[in-house]
Design a protein around this ligand. Structure first.
Ligand code: KG4
Ligand code: ZN
Length: 347
C-alpha cells in the first residue's frame, strides 16, 4: 500500500501555510506570510492576520497542489492546526479544513501546533526516537518536553515563567532599533558582534532557582538588563554597539536554553534532543546545540531553518504520523483552542 497523502493547513499566527506530504516525504510547503502588514505595528495584529489568511487560503492551496503535482481529491486526509494560536486566525484555517474534509469526504485531524513543530523533523531525519527530549522555542512558547510518542504522549518538563524566547528576541530588537520580527535581525547583527562583550544574566540558573525551576526558563530579567544597559550607555553619551549587544543577548538566551535542554536529557536518560519552533532557526543556537550535544553524546535533530518557523508541512507531518499510527480522527465539530495544552495532540 502506498503511504497516505496528507494536506496540512497552518494559520495560528501570521503565516498561511499549506503543506503536502506522503508518509514522511515532503511534496510541497507553500507559505504566504502577512508579516509585512504587521511590521509597522511592531507585532502581529490579530484582525489583520485573520483577513490575510482568508485572502491567501485558496491561492496557497492551489500553489501547494501544483508544486506537489496532485489534485485535491488525491488527498487521503486533512490536518489543520486547531491551537494554540490567535483565535480568529485559527478559525480561518479550521473552517477551510472542514470545508475540504466535507467536500472531499476525507478524515480530518485538528492538531496541536506545538506537537507539529516537533514532528516536522521526521520529514528530514526519519522517525523520532522514543522517547526524545524536545526543546520548543517559538514566538509564543518555550518548553522542554519529554516526547514518548508525538501523537499521544508528551510530558511537559518545564516552560517559560514569563516571556517566550522568540518574544524576547522581538522585544530586544525593538530596543536596538531593529525591524520586526526581531529574531532573524538579531541573529544577523550578532554575527558581527562579540558574544562575550557584555555579561548579561542567565535567568533561573542559580542553585536556589534550580530547586523550583530546574527545567523552566525566564527571559524578563534578561530583557530588563539589556534595556537598562542600552539606556545607561546612551545617557553617558556612549555609542551603543548594536552587534555586541545583540550577540551578548543572544548568547545569554542560547546558553540558558541549552543548559536546560542538556540537563533534561541527562536527568531523564534520553539520548535524543530535537529542537523546534521559530527560534530553532537561530544560527548560534544551532552551533551551540551541536557542540554541547556532541560533548554529551546526545543525538541532535534540528529541522532546516525554513521548517522551524511556522509552515504547513509541520501540520501535514503530524497528520501523516497520526494516520500511520492509526489514531482516531477528530469529530467534525471540533473547535479552535487558543491555549491548547501540549498534552492534547489531537482535538
Ligand atoms: O514558530 P514561529 O514561526 O511562530 C510561533 O509559533 O510563534 O516563531 C516565531 C518566532 C519569532 O519570535 C521570531 O523572531 C523567532 O521565532 N525567530 C528567530 C529566528 N527566526 C525566527 N529567533 C532567533 N533567531 C532566528 N534566526
Ligand atoms: Zn510556531
Amino acid at each position: 500500500m502506498t503511504e497516505p497523502l496528507v494536506l496540512g493547513i497552518e494559520t495560528s499566527c501570521d503565516e498561511t501555510g499549506i503543506g503536502i506530504v506522503r508518509g514522511t516525504t515532503l511534496l510541497a510547503d507553500a507559505v504566504a506570510s502577512s508579516v509585512d502588514e504587521h511590521a509597522r505595528f511592531g507585532g502581529v495584529v490579530p484582525e489583520v492576520a485573520s483577513r490575510a489568511h482568508l485572502e491567501a487560503m485558496v491561492p496557497t492551496i492551489e500553489r501547494a497542489c501544483m508544486t506537489a503535482g496532485i489534485r485535491l481529491d488525491d488527498v487521503d486526509a486533512i490536518s489543520v492546526t486547531s491551537g494554540p494560536g490567535l483565535a480568529g486566525a485559527l478559525l480561518v484555517g479550521v473552517a477551510a479544513a472542514k470545508a475540504l474534509a466535507v467536500a472531499l469526504n476525507k478524515p480530518i485531524y485538528g492538531v496541536n501546533h506545538l506537537a507539529a513543530h516537533v514532528c516536522v523533523d521526521q520529514l528530514e531525519h526519519g522517525y523520532l526516537d522514543q522517547p526524545s527530549i524536545a526543546l520548543l522555542v517559538s514566538g509564543g512558547h518555550s518548553s522542554l518536553l519529554r516526547v514518548a510518542d508525538v501523537t499521544q504522549d508528551i510530558e511537559p518538563l518545564g516552560q517559560t515563567i514569563d516571556d517566550a524566547a522568540g518574544e524576547a528576541f522581538d522585544k530586544i530588537a525593538r530596543v536596538l532599533g531593529l525591524p520586526f520580527p526581531g529574531g532573524p535581525y538579531i541573529d544577523r547583527a550578532a554575527q558581527d558582534g562579540n558574544p562575550h562583550a557584555i555579561d548579561f544574566p542567565r535567568g533561573l540558573t542559580s542553585p536556589k532557582d534550580l530547586v523550583k525551576h530546574r527545567f523552566d526558563v525566564s527571559f524578563s530579567g534578561l530583557k530588563t538588563a539589556v534595556a537598562r544597559w542600552v539606556e545607561r550607555e546612551q545617557n553617558s553619551g556612549n555609542a551603543v554597539i548594536v552587534n555586541d549587544v545583540a550577540a551578548s543577548f543572544q548568547e545569554a538566551v542560547v546558553d540558558v536554553l541549552m543548559r536546560k535542554a542538556i540537563d533534561a536529557c541527562l536527568t531523564y536518560d534520553v539520548n535524543t534532543l530535537v529542537i523546534g519552533g521559530g527560534v530553532a532557526a537561530n544560527s548560534r543556537l544551532r552551533t551551540i546545540a551541536r557542540e554541547r550535544c556532541q560533548e554529551h553524546n546526545i543525538t541532535l535533530r534540528i529541522p532546516s531553518p525554513a521548517l522551524c518557523t511556522d509552515n504547513g508541512a509541520m501540520v501535514a507531518a503530524l497528520g501523516s504520523e497520526l494516520v500511520r499510527r492509526g489514531r482516531s480522527e477528530s469529530r467534525l465539530d471540533f473547535g479552535t483552542q487558543s491555549s491548547m495544552n501540549i498534552t492534547e495532540v489531537v482535538a
